[in-house]
Design a protein around this ligand. Sequence first.
Ligand SMILES: Nc1ncnc2c1ncn2[C@@H]1O[C@H](COP(=O)(O)OP(=O)(O)OP(=O)(O)O)[C@@H](O)[C@H]1O
Ligand SMILES: [Mg+2]
Length: 392
Amino acid sequence: VPDVVYVVDDDPLVTESLGTALRLETGEDIRTFNRPEDALAVLPDAPPAVVISDFKMGPMDGLTLLRRVRDQVPDAVLMLLTGYADKEMAIAAINQVGIYQYIEKPWDLGDLLAKLRAALERRSLVRRLEQKSADLSRSLEELRLTQERLIETARLAAVGRVVSGIAHELGNQLALVGYAEAIRRRTEDPEVREFADVIVAAQRRLLAMVEEIRDFVRGQSSQLDAEPMALSTAVDDALAILRFDAEVKKRHVTRRPGPDASAAAVLVRGHRAKLAQVVINLVRNAVQASPDGGAVEVESGVDVEGAFLRVRDRGVGMPAEVLARIGEPFYSTKGDRGTGLGLVISRKIAEAHGGRLEIESQAGQGTVATLRLPAITSVTEPAPARAEGASA
Ligand SMILES: Nc1ncnc2c1ncn2[C@@H]1O[C@H](COP(=O)(O)OP(=O)(O)OP(=O)(O)O)[C@@H](O)[C@H]1O
Ligand SMILES: [Mg+2]
């Protein structure tokens, strides 16, 4: 592709003879102009590689033209054509504008051609250099990203070690909660019995969680013991536990439909404690995002896609950058109050059930978290009664 070269001079004799000579000698795309404005007008459509301009021209002088060209086409090579009388003034101006060459009138064609070739050569070198430097900064950016990812992986591994240590210790301490069962057996006081039941249930849940965290750190998920169950029992279990949560007490948690409505009997094949865990995680998040007195709604049901369990709040919501990161383990915006595992674990539980977890949220608009599970259309075996499954 030939380079575009502008020749600008108010004297048509100059543009004519110089234009013709350059066309013959160079094979470049030579364009001649007698008014600087005309050259500027075609600048966007035909950006020049080189502009050779006369110094003194009518209303707009050559330096003004070259300055404008430089602003719009920064890599164009600028050359000034000047008469001998203006030489001193031109040289002073050249230093200000940063012009590559000046050519004295009358020009020597051989000399002018040599300067033009050198200019084009220089420009293509500059271009190649820019290309190389762009390549280099791209490689650098890739390197930086790779390094970041490596650091992240190392960080996760380190956090994983700490977490499994904590999980181990927690498991040991939780064994002590077994005393709650003893207390329950030895008392007749119904209130103490109820409290003991809550402690026992919490212990089971925590032990399951410890197991979950261990599996998570090991990068595997434990075999899921799923049984046909009413989805609403997971809500019952979760709300029974959350009843005692100080943050939950300060919000209005409502459920739809009510526990004895017929639509509440949506059946799924599920792991009761793990599904309850998901509800707990989602309701906790909803509660923590809501102001005191805020409304949180838990809804279970069936639609065309299957069974669903939806937790809706009108709290702070999530800006796009938070929403994009909630799948990452240990990502939390809650500082010390969050481990950033709630949603990751919930999602894993959903997937282990052949379902999924959907989160819709907008900053300031609240959040809708939906657990989707395959619904059971016909139950071939009756749901076996489980030891701890003493629900109403
Ligand atoms: N209902 C919600 N409203 C607004 N932001 C939410 C909501 N649910 C989750 N988030 C955002 O997603 C992040 C991750 O949630 P996740 O439950 O995984 O961790 P966490 O609540 O921070 O800690 P924890 O492990 O104790 O649950 C939260 O820190 C919060 O920024
Ligand atoms: Mg959470």
